[in-house]
Design a protein around this ligand. Structure first.
Ligand code: SAM
Length: 228
């Protein structure tokens, strides 16, 4: 079952690549426009990194933004169509490659080491522990892992507060999303337990709020490695 969910998750990002690219580039997602884009960029810039690896980079907006600040940014994503549009958008300091998280280990020598590894709404699967274990090998000395994810509070208005697979239909996004996306919901306790299990120490946690509703939009977590 878990394998079916992961396959459908992967398939959805192939099929929805054009619709996602339009939604991001036309800034159609209010929470991103008002809150989460700025939150992740500020958190990265505060760390003053030279090299950043964007895990699940999508159409590449974050790498392009970081490149404008003189940061060498590499984006990896399992979706070939999303990597293609990221490459077309071009930016001298940003590079992209098709690479699923399961292949990061075998590509570590070519990728090199990074001051910041970032996953912006991109760590969506279960099990996630193998990926979190592998990420230690990509971290430069004193490097950090930064994760932004949907705030668990926000995802539970009409669902139980328990770990489990959910389905995003993209109904509120725009037209053109042909495939629903399974994603794995984690409680805060579960996220923190996963970090302990995989050797990541929490440095800080932020809960960016929607400016009008003052509800938490995302969870932003900064982690350091206990293994490097
Ligand atoms: C919600 S999108 C976020 C994209 C981008 N981080 C952003 O902020 O716009 C999730 C992305 O994660 C990628 N992704 C999900 N699971 C992945 C995996 N196992 N390996 C590589 N990429 C993955 C998807 O292909 C998709 O581009």
């Amino acid at each position: 079952m878990q394998r079916d969910h992961r396959e459908q998750l992967n398939l959805s990002w192939q099929a929805n690549a054009d619709a996602w690219t339009a939604a991001v580039r036309e800034q159609r997602i209010e929470s991103r426009r008002l809150v989460t884009d700025a939150a992740i960029v500020q958190a990265i810039l505060a760390l003053a990194p030279k090299r950043v690896l964007d895990l699940g980079c999508g159409e590449g907006w974050l790498c392009r933004g970081l490149a404008e600040h003189g940061i060498e940014a590499i984006g990896v994503d399992a979706s070939a169509p999303l990597i293609a549009v990221a490459q077309q958008a071009g930016s001298p300091r940003a590079q992209y490659r098709v690479c699923g998280y399961a292949e990061l280990n075998s590509q570590a020598a070519q990728l090199g080491r990074f001051d910041v590894l970032v996953g912006n709404f991109a760590l969506l699967e279960e099990p996630l522990a193998p990926t979190l274990n592998d990420l230690h090998g990509l971290l430069a000395a004193n490097g950090r892992l930064l994760i932004q994810t949907l705030h668990p509070w926000r995802a539970c208005h009409d669902a139980s507060y328990r770990d489990g697979w959910r389905v995003e239909t993209f109904a509120g996004f725009a037209e053109g999303f042909s495939q629903p996306m399974p994603w794995f919901f984690r409680t805060l306790e579960s996220w923190l337990g996963l970090f302990t299990e995989t050797g990541w120490r929490l440095q800080w946690l932020q809960e960016p709020l929607h400016p009008e509703s003052e509800q938490p939009v995302s969870l932003l977590l900064l982690l350091s490695s206990e293994r490097n």
